[in-house]
Design a protein around this ligand. Structure first.
Ligand SMILES: O[C@H]1[C@H](O)[C@@H](O)[C@H](O)[C@@H](O)[C@H]1O
Ligand SMILES: [Fe+2]
Ligand SMILES: [Fe+2]
Length: 310
Protein backbone atom coordinates (compact mmCIF):
# COMPACT_ATOMS: atom_id res chain seq x y z
CA UNK A 1 0.00 0.00 0.00
CA UNK A 2 1.22 3.54 -0.77
CA UNK A 3 2.62 5.48 2.24
CA UNK A 4 0.39 8.14 3.86
CA UNK A 5 1.19 11.66 2.66
CA UNK A 6 3.67 13.62 4.84
CA UNK A 7 1.31 16.50 5.01
CA UNK A 8 -1.23 14.35 6.80
CA UNK A 9 1.26 13.06 9.34
CA UNK A 10 2.52 16.51 10.33
CA UNK A 11 -0.85 18.25 10.46
CA UNK A 12 -2.48 15.51 12.37
CA UNK A 13 -3.55 16.31 15.95
CA UNK A 14 -5.92 13.48 16.48
CA UNK A 15 -3.52 11.18 14.61
CA UNK A 16 -5.54 8.00 14.41
CA UNK A 17 -8.64 9.36 12.66
CA UNK A 18 -6.73 10.91 9.81
CA UNK A 19 -4.49 7.92 9.42
CA UNK A 20 -7.52 5.66 9.04
CA UNK A 21 -8.94 8.06 6.53
CA UNK A 22 -5.76 8.18 4.50
CA UNK A 23 -5.54 4.36 4.65
CA UNK A 24 -9.04 4.22 3.25
CA UNK A 25 -8.23 6.69 0.51
CA UNK A 26 -5.13 4.67 -0.34
CA UNK A 27 -7.17 1.49 -0.45
CA UNK A 28 -9.73 3.09 -2.74
CA UNK A 29 -7.02 4.46 -5.01
CA UNK A 30 -5.28 1.11 -5.23
CA UNK A 31 -8.59 -0.50 -6.09
CA UNK A 32 -9.39 2.13 -8.70
CA UNK A 33 -5.97 1.73 -10.28
CA UNK A 34 -6.47 -2.02 -10.35
CA UNK A 35 -9.84 -1.72 -12.04
CA UNK A 36 -8.41 0.61 -14.66
CA UNK A 37 -5.42 -1.64 -15.16
CA UNK A 38 -7.75 -4.58 -15.61
CA UNK A 39 -9.46 -2.71 -18.39
CA UNK A 40 -6.11 -1.68 -19.85
CA UNK A 41 -7.03 1.96 -19.62
CA UNK A 42 -4.96 3.95 -17.19
CA UNK A 43 -5.87 7.58 -17.80
CA UNK A 44 -2.29 8.58 -18.34
CA UNK A 45 0.10 5.78 -18.96
CA UNK A 46 3.33 5.62 -17.00
CA UNK A 47 4.97 5.38 -20.36
CA UNK A 48 3.46 8.61 -21.61
CA UNK A 49 4.66 10.51 -18.57
CA UNK A 50 8.31 9.60 -19.12
CA UNK A 51 8.66 10.82 -22.68
CA UNK A 52 9.68 14.16 -24.10
CA UNK A 53 6.76 14.67 -26.46
CA UNK A 54 8.30 17.59 -28.29
CA UNK A 55 10.53 15.12 -30.11
CA UNK A 56 7.66 13.50 -31.98
CA UNK A 57 5.34 14.43 -34.86
CA UNK A 58 7.12 17.64 -35.75
CA UNK A 59 5.57 17.99 -39.19
CA UNK A 60 6.66 21.56 -39.76
CA UNK A 61 10.28 20.44 -39.53
CA UNK A 62 9.71 17.20 -41.39
CA UNK A 63 11.74 16.33 -44.48
CA UNK A 64 10.41 16.71 -48.04
CA UNK A 65 9.68 13.00 -48.25
CA UNK A 66 7.01 13.37 -45.52
CA UNK A 67 5.61 16.60 -46.93
CA UNK A 68 5.22 15.30 -50.44
CA UNK A 69 3.71 12.08 -49.10
CA UNK A 70 0.91 14.04 -47.43
CA UNK A 71 0.33 16.31 -50.38
CA UNK A 72 -0.27 13.29 -52.57
CA UNK A 73 -2.43 11.55 -49.96
CA UNK A 74 -4.58 14.60 -49.35
CA UNK A 75 -5.16 15.14 -53.05
CA UNK A 76 -6.03 11.54 -53.87
CA UNK A 77 -8.20 10.33 -50.98
CA UNK A 78 -11.60 11.13 -52.48
CA UNK A 79 -15.02 9.59 -51.85
CA UNK A 80 -14.85 7.90 -55.25
CA UNK A 81 -11.47 6.35 -54.48
CA UNK A 82 -12.64 5.18 -51.06
CA UNK A 83 -15.73 3.45 -52.43
CA UNK A 84 -13.60 1.67 -54.98
CA UNK A 85 -10.99 0.60 -52.41
CA UNK A 86 -13.67 -0.94 -50.17
CA UNK A 87 -15.19 -2.72 -53.09
CA UNK A 88 -11.83 -4.18 -54.14
CA UNK A 89 -11.15 -5.22 -50.58
CA UNK A 90 -14.38 -7.19 -50.26
CA UNK A 91 -14.11 -8.90 -53.59
CA UNK A 92 -11.04 -11.05 -52.98
CA UNK A 93 -8.51 -12.63 -50.60
CA UNK A 94 -5.04 -11.30 -51.28
CA UNK A 95 -2.92 -13.84 -49.42
CA UNK A 96 -2.99 -16.56 -46.79
CA UNK A 97 -0.31 -16.48 -44.10
CA UNK A 98 0.18 -16.48 -40.33
CA UNK A 99 0.49 -13.28 -38.28
CA UNK A 100 4.19 -13.84 -37.80
CA UNK A 101 4.74 -14.41 -41.52
CA UNK A 102 2.88 -11.17 -42.15
CA UNK A 103 5.22 -9.33 -39.77
CA UNK A 104 8.23 -10.70 -41.60
CA UNK A 105 6.74 -9.87 -44.99
CA UNK A 106 6.21 -6.29 -43.93
CA UNK A 107 9.78 -5.86 -42.94
CA UNK A 108 11.00 -4.41 -46.20
CA UNK A 109 8.60 -1.45 -46.01
CA UNK A 110 9.96 1.87 -44.79
CA UNK A 111 7.04 4.18 -44.05
CA UNK A 112 7.37 7.44 -46.02
CA UNK A 113 4.84 9.27 -43.88
CA UNK A 114 6.66 8.79 -40.62
CA UNK A 115 8.98 11.54 -39.41
CA UNK A 116 9.88 9.61 -36.24
CA UNK A 117 11.30 6.28 -37.20
CA UNK A 118 13.41 4.65 -39.86
CA UNK A 119 13.16 1.27 -38.20
CA UNK A 120 11.61 -1.69 -39.91
CA UNK A 121 7.98 -2.45 -39.21
CA UNK A 122 8.67 -5.63 -37.23
CA UNK A 123 10.84 -3.60 -34.87
CA UNK A 124 8.18 -0.93 -34.49
CA UNK A 125 5.54 -3.56 -33.77
CA UNK A 126 7.69 -5.26 -31.15
CA UNK A 127 8.61 -1.93 -29.56
CA UNK A 128 4.92 -1.07 -29.17
CA UNK A 129 3.98 -4.49 -27.81
CA UNK A 130 6.92 -4.57 -25.40
CA UNK A 131 6.11 -1.12 -24.02
CA UNK A 132 2.53 -2.23 -23.36
CA UNK A 133 3.74 -5.44 -21.76
CA UNK A 134 6.26 -3.60 -19.58
CA UNK A 135 3.46 -1.44 -18.19
CA UNK A 136 1.55 -4.56 -17.15
CA UNK A 137 -1.34 -4.06 -19.57
CA UNK A 138 -3.65 -6.96 -20.49
CA UNK A 139 -2.60 -9.58 -22.99
CA UNK A 140 -5.16 -8.51 -25.59
CA UNK A 141 -3.65 -5.02 -25.59
CA UNK A 142 -0.11 -6.37 -25.95
CA UNK A 143 -1.27 -8.31 -28.99
CA UNK A 144 -2.97 -5.22 -30.37
CA UNK A 145 0.36 -3.41 -30.13
CA UNK A 146 2.05 -6.27 -31.94
CA UNK A 147 -0.33 -6.31 -34.89
CA UNK A 148 -1.67 -2.75 -35.14
CA UNK A 149 0.31 -1.81 -38.28
CA UNK A 150 0.06 -5.13 -40.12
CA UNK A 151 -2.47 -3.51 -42.44
CA UNK A 152 0.53 -1.93 -44.17
CA UNK A 153 0.71 -5.26 -46.01
CA UNK A 154 -1.72 -3.57 -48.37
CA UNK A 155 1.33 -1.99 -49.93
CA UNK A 156 2.28 -5.40 -51.37
CA UNK A 157 -1.23 -6.14 -52.53
CA UNK A 158 -1.60 -3.75 -55.42
CA UNK A 159 -1.78 -0.44 -53.54
CA UNK A 160 -1.37 2.64 -55.70
CA UNK A 161 1.58 3.83 -53.64
CA UNK A 162 2.08 4.55 -49.94
CA UNK A 163 -0.59 7.27 -49.93
CA UNK A 164 -3.39 4.69 -49.70
CA UNK A 165 -1.61 2.61 -47.04
CA UNK A 166 0.14 4.71 -44.38
CA UNK A 167 -0.13 8.12 -42.72
CA UNK A 168 -2.79 9.76 -40.57
CA UNK A 169 -6.45 9.21 -41.47
CA UNK A 170 -9.46 11.56 -41.77
CA UNK A 171 -13.08 11.27 -42.90
CA UNK A 172 -14.00 11.64 -46.55
CA UNK A 173 -17.47 12.80 -47.63
CA UNK A 174 -17.45 15.91 -45.45
CA UNK A 175 -15.24 18.98 -45.08
CA UNK A 176 -11.58 18.36 -44.25
CA UNK A 177 -10.87 19.76 -40.79
CA UNK A 178 -8.12 22.32 -40.20
CA UNK A 179 -6.68 20.10 -37.47
CA UNK A 180 -5.47 17.50 -39.98
CA UNK A 181 -1.74 17.97 -40.60
CA UNK A 182 -0.91 20.11 -43.68
CA UNK A 183 -4.58 21.12 -44.13
CA UNK A 184 -3.78 23.46 -47.01
CA UNK A 185 -2.87 20.49 -49.23
CA UNK A 186 -6.54 19.46 -49.43
CA UNK A 187 -7.16 22.29 -51.85
CA UNK A 188 -5.95 19.97 -54.59
CA UNK A 189 -8.52 17.28 -53.67
CA UNK A 190 -11.47 17.16 -56.14
CA UNK A 191 -13.89 16.81 -53.17
CA UNK A 192 -12.65 20.01 -51.55
CA UNK A 193 -15.20 22.27 -53.24
CA UNK A 194 -17.83 19.62 -53.85
CA UNK A 195 -21.37 20.83 -53.14
CA UNK A 196 -22.01 18.10 -50.55
CA UNK A 197 -18.63 16.59 -49.61
CA UNK A 198 -17.24 20.07 -49.11
CA UNK A 199 -19.79 21.00 -46.42
CA UNK A 200 -19.30 20.60 -42.68
CA UNK A 201 -21.52 17.52 -42.24
CA UNK A 202 -21.29 16.37 -45.84
CA UNK A 203 -23.05 13.03 -46.30
CA UNK A 204 -23.27 12.53 -42.51
CA UNK A 205 -25.24 14.05 -39.62
CA UNK A 206 -24.29 14.88 -36.02
CA UNK A 207 -23.95 11.87 -33.68
CA UNK A 208 -24.15 9.43 -36.55
CA UNK A 209 -21.44 7.30 -34.90
CA UNK A 210 -17.93 6.82 -36.25
CA UNK A 211 -18.85 3.34 -37.44
CA UNK A 212 -20.83 5.07 -40.15
CA UNK A 213 -18.10 7.45 -41.22
CA UNK A 214 -15.86 6.55 -44.14
CA UNK A 215 -12.28 7.09 -43.00
CA UNK A 216 -9.59 7.51 -45.62
CA UNK A 217 -8.59 4.05 -46.84
CA UNK A 218 -5.34 2.64 -45.51
CA UNK A 219 -3.73 0.22 -43.09
CA UNK A 220 -6.10 0.92 -40.17
CA UNK A 221 -9.35 0.28 -41.95
CA UNK A 222 -8.04 -2.77 -43.79
CA UNK A 223 -6.63 -4.47 -40.69
CA UNK A 224 -9.73 -3.63 -38.67
CA UNK A 225 -11.86 -5.75 -41.01
CA UNK A 226 -9.43 -8.67 -40.97
CA UNK A 227 -9.12 -8.69 -37.17
CA UNK A 228 -12.84 -8.19 -36.57
CA UNK A 229 -13.65 -11.26 -38.67
CA UNK A 230 -10.82 -13.56 -37.67
CA UNK A 231 -9.90 -12.93 -34.03
CA UNK A 232 -11.52 -12.91 -30.62
CA UNK A 233 -10.01 -9.52 -29.67
CA UNK A 234 -12.39 -7.18 -27.75
CA UNK A 235 -14.07 -4.02 -29.16
CA UNK A 236 -11.42 -1.80 -27.55
CA UNK A 237 -8.72 -3.59 -29.54
CA UNK A 238 -10.70 -3.13 -32.74
CA UNK A 239 -11.05 0.58 -32.01
CA UNK A 240 -7.33 0.91 -31.28
CA UNK A 241 -6.65 -0.62 -34.68
CA UNK A 242 -9.29 1.27 -36.66
CA UNK A 243 -8.58 4.70 -35.19
CA UNK A 244 -4.92 4.69 -34.23
CA UNK A 245 -3.98 6.96 -37.17
CA UNK A 246 -7.02 9.20 -36.73
CA UNK A 247 -4.93 11.87 -34.97
CA UNK A 248 -7.25 14.78 -35.86
CA UNK A 249 -9.89 13.00 -33.75
CA UNK A 250 -8.05 11.28 -30.91
CA UNK A 251 -5.44 13.96 -30.35
CA UNK A 252 -6.86 17.20 -31.74
CA UNK A 253 -10.58 16.75 -30.94
CA UNK A 254 -11.85 17.19 -34.51
CA UNK A 255 -15.05 15.52 -35.77
CA UNK A 256 -16.36 14.94 -32.24
CA UNK A 257 -19.82 16.04 -33.45
CA UNK A 258 -20.13 12.72 -35.29
CA UNK A 259 -19.53 10.59 -32.19
CA UNK A 260 -22.17 8.47 -30.51
CA UNK A 261 -22.04 7.14 -26.96
CA UNK A 262 -20.06 4.05 -27.85
CA UNK A 263 -17.37 6.19 -29.53
CA UNK A 264 -16.78 8.00 -26.25
CA UNK A 265 -15.65 4.77 -24.58
CA UNK A 266 -13.64 3.84 -27.64
CA UNK A 267 -11.89 7.21 -27.58
CA UNK A 268 -10.56 6.43 -24.09
CA UNK A 269 -9.20 3.14 -25.37
CA UNK A 270 -7.56 4.72 -28.41
CA UNK A 271 -5.98 7.43 -26.27
CA UNK A 272 -4.63 4.81 -23.86
CA UNK A 273 -3.05 3.01 -26.79
CA UNK A 274 -1.55 6.01 -28.59
CA UNK A 275 1.55 6.64 -26.43
CA UNK A 276 2.71 3.05 -26.89
CA UNK A 277 2.52 3.44 -30.65
CA UNK A 278 4.10 6.87 -30.84
CA UNK A 279 6.59 7.19 -28.02
CA UNK A 280 7.97 3.65 -28.16
CA UNK A 281 9.70 4.73 -31.38
CA UNK A 282 12.61 6.03 -29.34
CA UNK A 283 13.07 2.83 -27.31
CA UNK A 284 15.87 0.29 -27.74
CA UNK A 285 15.67 -1.92 -30.79
CA UNK A 286 14.11 -5.22 -29.76
CA UNK A 287 15.72 -8.60 -30.44
CA UNK A 288 13.22 -10.32 -32.66
CA UNK A 289 14.28 -13.94 -32.15
CA UNK A 290 14.30 -13.63 -28.35
CA UNK A 291 10.77 -12.30 -28.22
CA UNK A 292 9.27 -14.59 -30.83
CA UNK A 293 8.19 -17.53 -28.58
CA UNK A 294 6.27 -15.25 -26.19
CA UNK A 295 4.39 -13.54 -28.99
CA UNK A 296 3.66 -16.72 -30.96
CA UNK A 297 1.78 -18.00 -27.93
CA UNK A 298 -0.05 -14.71 -27.53
CA UNK A 299 -1.14 -14.75 -31.18
CA UNK A 300 -2.57 -18.25 -30.77
CA UNK A 301 -4.63 -17.11 -27.83
CA UNK A 302 -6.73 -14.68 -29.87
CA UNK A 303 -6.55 -16.00 -33.44
CA UNK A 304 -8.32 -19.37 -33.52
CA UNK A 305 -7.03 -20.10 -37.04
CA UNK A 306 -3.28 -19.91 -37.48
CA UNK A 307 -3.49 -19.04 -41.16
CA UNK A 308 -5.13 -15.68 -41.76
CA UNK A 309 -6.95 -14.68 -44.95
CA UNK A 310 -5.46 -11.30 -45.87
O1 LIG B 1 3.35 8.06 -40.17
C1 LIG B 1 2.58 7.35 -39.27
C2 LIG B 1 2.52 5.89 -39.61
O2 LIG B 1 2.12 5.66 -40.92
C3 LIG B 1 1.63 5.16 -38.66
O3 LIG B 1 1.55 3.79 -38.89
C4 LIG B 1 0.27 5.75 -38.58
O4 LIG B 1 -0.52 5.02 -37.72
C5 LIG B 1 0.37 7.19 -38.17
O5 LIG B 1 -0.85 7.80 -38.02
C6 LIG B 1 1.24 7.97 -39.12
O6 LIG B 1 1.35 9.28 -38.75
FE1 LIG C 1 -0.15 2.88 -37.99
FE1 LIG D 1 2.37 2.17 -35.37
Amino acid sequence: MAPALDFEASNDRDGQGLEDLSDNIDAVNVLKAEIKKEKGMMEKSEFDANKDKTQFRQYEDACDRVKSFYKEQHEKQTVAYNLKARNDFKSNTRAKMTIWEAMERLNSLIDESDPDTQLSQIEHLLQSAEAIRRDGKPRWMQLTGLIHDLGKLLFFFGAQGQWDVVGDTFPVGCAFDERIIYPETFKGNPDYNHEIYGTKNGIYYPEIGLDNIMLSWGHDEYLYHIVKDQSTLPPEALAMIRYHSFYPWHSAGAYSEFMDEHDQTMLDAVRAFNPYDLYSKSDDIPTVEELKPYYLELIDEFFPNKVIRW
